[in-house]
Design a binder for this molecule. Structure first.
Ligand code: GLC
Length: 746
């Protein structure tokens, strides 16, 4: 029986199944489940286990192991999904093996880490989050999905939503920073962007929320390190971002490498089955991270790989990424009754349903369209959007004496620094199929901007991360010959991302020495930072006239940054992660607890208060902070009532006036403080924001509308309820300043 007759038989079965029911999503799902059951009844145990095994191609490596026999494994029905393989020709060649050379012709999933773009690379996710622009974030994932599916892919290992409060951890670049509420909004936007309006569309990807759970809280910010926290912290801060993705309909979940309080996520039945499937009603499939089943032996909860396989599948894992544990051990585990065939069948069913959701059984080659591949990669409108997104992700950290934007009188501009002209460093970590040669560097962006009308000088001045100071002197002489100096400093692309924790988050190498020498010339200097994490730059902050945080801006980084530097775009970004003064302040985040001995801000070093001897408690730049080329004043905060019932709507308004000389966008933020709780409560919690355009000289009234139910929290007994009591409501430009009013819940 060839694959066409099998598909026709399944089509007939499903036709009679579907025709008897309305086309409700739940009925479509149950029809997919029925069809999956029909296939499962035909499958051998080995074929079932094959569907539970995911292997990387040898095109690129994203982990510590590689098998060269992945094509044989497909042909033998031992690999049901492949990752790190794309382009139409390659995907088509592998899919043909699965569909035409295996007994049941089950098509493959093709996964890839499409984290911030596929070919057109956007700013790193931490940078994107600084735009606070949910529509732009969703649009960037929609474009990424369009490009990725045009090259044969149908599954992305994204969004990474891990809440992170420790900038020593390299993967903060991949997430949305330190706030649970904002991170949850962004998680949902990313899932919608990837999956689109219908997974059956050929430009939709299965999304995969990761890394479940709490991977962003490793001790010491050290990669893969132990996570240990209270149940309340887990529920209050770390879990909601994953639930937001589940509630947005994410098709898959990836388990994290770490343990949580002694139980590794990959063998955590409470996490994967009790919470994710039973409480949250997640009905997609669960894939592990790269060989994380194998790592249960290193964690010390499995004596050998066979036990590791048993623990993980019985905890709720469906698919083994690259570990070969399911392939090598599940059949024996079933025979020895340590794993039931029913458990195997349930896992296979969830994976087959995902393939039905994509329409792969109707057309396994639907993502192999040469015309789409030629026409839908790096389209000009994608590049234009990437340029705008790179600009909108920038955060103006300092701008003394209106150093920026660069005034039109400059005749010679010097672009100095190790990141001034580095194409590969504009990509950042997890740059998928992005190519360095397509990237626009800062130097190129500036030259594109001035189009020969200004003399541009450039030199590196030093390397990113070594102790060679030999070029600084020459850089100083270049600076002396310019009217304006742009100093491009920061981290190289591999200094953040996976396996890239740092114990020292200051400027690497001798870059600070370079900055001191250039700034000492007295020329107007604007520093542009390229970095994948908050950096501790207190001296740079004190000596540099202007600092623009550009993160790692992607394919169009240079053009986007130039749009900001020359004032064509007024920067509007705001930090989603606190910048500490030094690494000793970590963990430092805005929504911390008051403690029993809070400082008096007027006396920051008062004895017997919760403070340090050698640094203030305040960060260098707080959560929500970012400047503009104009200025805004906040006034007249009002609230609709001062006493609310428990199912009431709080309506707060505030007036924002543009007191500067040009139009500008402002991200107005609303925070709440619960003054007395059943447990201690944060000094502030973000509960809303509005990004508004205010024309120069104009005033805009901003209205926030939040339900009192959003003031619920986990009590001492872990009940999630709302108290009566007094609250403060803040509206401001960032988490450390603004207007305050009070109200009560009765
Ligand atoms: C890596 C990462 C994960 C990624 C996976 C596949 O180790 O932890 O985020 O999706 O392997 O590349």
């Amino acid at each position: 029986m060839n694959h066409k007759s099998i598909y026709f038989m399944l089509f007939l079965i499903s036709f009679f199944l579907i025709s008897g029911c309305k086309n409700e999503p739940k009925n479509i799902l149950s029809s997919y489940e029925s069809k999956a059951d029909s296939i499962i009844r035909l499958m051998t145990l080995e074929e079932k286990i094959g569907q539970l095994s995911l292997f990387t191609s040898d095109w690129s490596s994203t982990g510590p192991t590689m098998r060269k026999d992945y094509i044989d494994l497909i042909r033998q029905g031992k690999a049901g999904s492949i990752f790190n393989a794309y382009t139409v020709d390659y995907v088509m060649s592998l899919q043909k093996i699965a569909v035409e050379e295996t007994r049941l012709h089950i098509p493959l999933l093709f996964g890839y880490d499409v984290i911030h773009g596929h070919r057109t690379i956007f700013p790193i996710p931490l940078g994107q989050s600084a735009s606070w622009d949910l529509e732009a974030i969703e649009k960037s994932e929609r474009i990424a999905a369009t490009e990725a599916t045009a090259e044969g892919l149908n599954w992305t290992f994204a969004p990474m939503v891990d809440l992170a409060r420790d900038p020593r951890w390299g993967r903060v670049m991949e997430g949305a920073g330190e706030d649970t509420w904002l991170g949850s909004q962004i998680a949902a936007a990313r899932v919608k962007g990837f999956q689109g309006s219908d997974l059956l569309n050929s430009n939709s990807l299965l999304a995969c929320v990761k890394h479940f759970a709490a991977y962003g809280a490793p001790q010491g910010g050290r990669e893969y390190h132990t996570v240990d926290m209270s149940e309340r912290s887990l529920y209050e801060w770390y879990l909601p971002v994953y639930k937001a993705a589940v509630d947005a309909g994410v098709a898959s979940v990836m388990t994290s490498f770490n343990e949580i309080a002694g139980v590794p996520s990959t063998s955590n039945k409470w996490l994967l089955t009790d919470l994710l499937r039973n409480d949250w009603k997640f009905n997609g499939f669960i894939v592990t991270d790269y060989s994380s089943i194998n790592e249960l032996v290193q964690h010390g909860v499995a004596a050998d790989l066979s036990e590791a396989g048993s623990l993980s599948i019985n905890a709720g894992v469906d698919m083994d990424m690259q570990g070969s544990v399911f392939m090598n051990h599940l059949a024996d585990l079933v025979k020895s009754q340590k794993v039931s065939e029913e458990t195997i069948n349930s896992a296979v069913k969830r994976i087959l349903v995902a393939k039905y959701k994509l329409g792969l059984f109707d057309d396994p080659y639907k993502y192999c369209n040469k015309k789409r591949e030629e026409e839908e990669i790096m389209r000009q409108d994608f590049l234009d959007f990437a340029r705008d997104f790179a600009a909108k992700s920038c955060v103006l950290l300092k701008n003394s004496n209106k150093t920026l934007p660069i005034n039109s009188g400059s005749k010679t501009i010097a672009v100095i620094g190790p990141l001034a002209d580095s194409k590969s460093d504009m990509l950042g970590f997890w740059s998928a199929a992005g190519k360095a040669e397509n990237c626009v560097t800062l130097l190129e962006g500036i030259k594109n901007k001035v189009k020969g009308s200004v003399n541009i000088l450039s030199t590196k001045g030093c390397n990113v991360n070594d102790n060679n100071t030999s070029e600084i002197k020459q850089a100083v002489s270049v600076a002396r010959n310019a009217d304006f100096v742009i100093l491009a400093l920061g981290e190289s692309r591999d200094m953040s991302g996976e396996a890239a924790s740092r114990t020292d988050i200051s400027l690497p190498g001798v870059q600070l020495e370079l900055a001191r020498a250039i700034i000492a010339t007295g020329k107007p200097v604007a520093v542009v930072l390229f970095n994948g994490r908050p950096l501790s730059i207190p001296e740079l902050d004190s000596i540099a006239p202007a600092i623009l945080e550009s993160w790692i801006g992607g394919t169009e980084a240079g053009n986007g940054i130039a749009d900001v530097l020359f004032g064509d775009i007024n920067p509007s970004g705001k930090l989603t992660m606190t910048f500490p003064r030094n690494v000793g302040q970590i963990p430092i985040f805005y929504n911390s607890k008051n403690t029993g001995r809070p400082i008096n801000p007027e006396k920051p070093f008062e004895k017997y208060k919760s403070n340090y001897l050698d640094a203030p408690n305040s960060p260098l730049y707080p959560f929500g902070y970012g400047l503009s080329y104009t200025t805004f004043s906040y006034s007249d905060i009002k609230i609709n009532k001062t006493e609310f019932q428990k199912d009431d709507q709080i309506i707060a308004t505030v007036e924002i006036k543009n007191t500067g000389e040009r139009d500008g966008e402002e991200i107005v933020q609303l925070y709440i403080r619960d003054l007395v709780g059943n447990v201690t409560r944060p000094v502030k919690e973000l509960k809303g924001f509005k990004k508004i355009l205010v024309k120069k000289g104009e005033t805009v009234i901003v209205t926030f509308n939040i339900s009192t139910s959003e003031l619920s929290y986990y009590h001492e007994d872990m009940s999630f309820t709302l108290d009566s009591g007094d609250f403060e409501l803040f509206v401001g430009p960032n988490s450390s300043e603004g207007l305050v009013t009070r109200f009560s819940v009765l």
